[in-house]
Write a protein that binds this ligand. Structure first.
Ligand code: HXC
Length: 275
């Protein structure tokens, strides 16, 4: 049994690397909310490394500007940053307009802006619940609405960033669980309604991913620092794991894949102890 037992938490060592050709996204444009940091920044970098230009949207101007500069330098592609709160449809529409003015098209959208904190239901105010629902769910909705005509025109694709925690009852995550479940549902409807227009929509559901704000927030509250979590693949997830999943889902290799949820969790969801 011991040889079959999953390995305990280890830092990412064997990170996945893209096996796709460098230029598969040449001439394409990505619009990414939450692209200033974490998983969405990593996804943006990977898409740009394969030839796309990008717009990243977020609330924190300094972080966003710095990220855009670094993304351009690292990839040799153009990166526009636009300060916007995804809860405000009007500012998102302005970000989309600026993207079209700059790049002329939008092929890919990542709806990734999210908010999170740990709180029990008894400690969640109506405003706290609403805030996360608005950032995650309404923000995804606003982003889809603001970009849909351009994605139709390009016969492009959406990736909506969800999570793994709402497929079971995760304590202190009522607000996030409700918000992410709604994102899964929304993505499926986009897939079936917009499929006839050549639009695809999928979900990436990250598990525990090292080096992200979400992980920091959750891990810091765990008395064991998260190290009692087990990963069948023997390591915690890396941002590059999610980035490579995004490259695949936007690539022509996934042209018959829509309405799906792709967990990037190293198999953790399937892990159950013997007792
Ligand atoms: C209880 C809390 C709280 C906490 C905030 N609130 N933190 N309630 N416990 N720890 C309440 C506030 O008291 C307030 O309610 C309401 O939430 C809104 O708070 P604001 O600070 O005014 O909101 P805002 O400035 O818009 O900030 C949003 C935020 C913040 C979500 C609260 O944390 C944020 O900006 N986060 C963005 C970055 C982030 O969270 N990234 C991680 C994403 S990871 P009252 O009633 O007092 O007015 C992720 C993936 C999950 O989403 C999966 C991980 C494995």
């Amino acid at each position: 049994l011991n040889s079959m037992a999953p390995t305990a938490f280890v830092a990412p060592q064997t990170l996945s690397t893209s096996t796709f050709k460098d230029d598969i996204f040449r001439g394409k444009v990505l619009f990414c909310t939450g692209g200033g940091s974490g998983i969405c920044r990593g996804m943006t970098e990977a898409i740009m490394r394969h030839g796309a230009n990008a717009t990243i949207v977020g609330r924190k101007l300094d972080r966003l500007t710095q990220a855009a500069k670094e993304l351009s330098e690292t990839t040799g592609q153009k990166c526009l940053s636009y300060q916007a709160d995804v809860r405000q449809a009007k500012t998102l529409q302005e970000a989309v307009a600026k993207t079209i003015e700059t790049f002329g098209r939008i092929d890919f959208v990542i709806c990734g802006a999210a908010g999170n904190f740990l709180a029990p239901i008894s400690g969640l105010s109506e405003n706290a619940f609403r805030t996360v629902m608005e950032i995650d769910t309404l923000g995804t909705w606003n982003t889809i609405k603001a970009t849909l005509s351009h994605i139709r025109a390009a016969k492009g694709a959406y990736i909506n960033v969800s999570a793994m925690l709402h497929y079971k009852g995760t304590p202190y995550q009522a607000h996030v669980s409700a918000a992410k479940a709604a994102i899964d549902a929304l993505s499926a409807v986009v897939a079936v309604e917009e499929g006839p227009h050549g639009v695809r929509s999928n979900v990436i559901a990250p598990g525990a991913i090292a080096g992200t704000e979400g992980m920091d927030r959750l891990e810091s509250k765990d008395p064991n620092g998260g190290r009692d979590m087990l990963y069948p693949l023997g390591r915690v997830g890396a941002i590059s794991d999610c980035a490579n999943a995004a490259v695949f889902l936007f690539s022509p290799a996934a042209s018959y894949i829509t309405g799906q949820i792709l967990p990037v969790d190293g198999g953790s969801e399937h892990l159950r102890s013997l007792v």
